[in-house]
Ligand binder design. Structure first.
Ligand code: ZN
Length: 217
């Protein structure tokens, strides 16, 4: 089984990816990890990626696809399939992923799309606070500290990341929507898109994901 996971910032995509990969014995593959691994291993396409990144330029689809092809070739058979996270980012990459899976006789991936209402995402992201000392995380709306602005664990000061300011959050959500919409449409037309309500807590969302997977196995 191969899966692609989609979800906006704040949707809990990272946590769910880890749980799915652990539960089903899958290899969790993000584009960033794949690139770092190819660079570390000094593969041909890894060295090309490194040269582009050192110039501060964006890595092309061709390089990203090449890196993914390399890692899929190396790791297939090591686990019960791949969970792609942060890839594909556009239709061209989605098409390429299907081609690569075909080359290695792997099933075409189905897509889990975590859907959370925007107002909820705004509260989750703008409410996030991190302890400046011990890095414990809180949320002023959902998981407040006993004393405002002070860490429960170490009494350190709570910090709000610049990324979590309301304007930045709205922009991150807008960019995500714009980028993901065509790719989700692509998978929808192929009948491989599963969109689920991911507004609940982590356990509820994970249960929904596993029941969709079981129904479609
Ligand atoms: Zn602390």
């Amino acid at each position: 089984m191969n899966l692609v996971i989609f979800g906006p910032p704040g949707s809990g995509k990272g946590t769910q990816s880890e749980r799915i990969a652990r539960h089903y014995g899958m290899t969790h593959l993000s584009t960033g990890d794949a690139l770092r691994q190819a660079i570390r291993n000094r593969t041909e396409v890894g060295l090309r990626a490194k040269a582009v990144m050192e110039k501060g330029e964006l890595v092309s689809d061709e390089i990203v696809n090449g890196v993914l092809r390399e890692i899929i070739g190396q790791k297939r058979g090591e686990s019960d399939g791949f969970l792609f996270d942060g890839y594909p980012r556009n239709i061209e990459q989605a098409r390429q992923l299907d081609t690569i899976c075909g080359e290695f006789s792997l099933s075409h991936p189905s897509v889990m799309n975590l859907d959370v209402p925007e107002e909820n995402l705004l509260l989750r992201l703008t409410g996030r606070r991190i302890c400046g000392q011990c890095k414990a995380t809180y949320n002023i709306h959902f998981q407040p500290t006993r004393q405002a602005g002070v860490c429960d664990e170490c009494s350190g000061p709570l910090i709000k990341r610049a990324d979590d300011e309301p304007d930045t959050v709205r922009e991150r959500l807008r960019v995500y929507k714009e980028e993901s919409a065509p790719v989700l449409d692509y998978y929808g037309e192929l009948g491989r898109l599963h969109t689920l309500d991911a507004a609940g807590d982590s356990d509820q969302v994970f249960e929904k994901i596993t029941s969709i997977i079981e129904e479609n196995r």
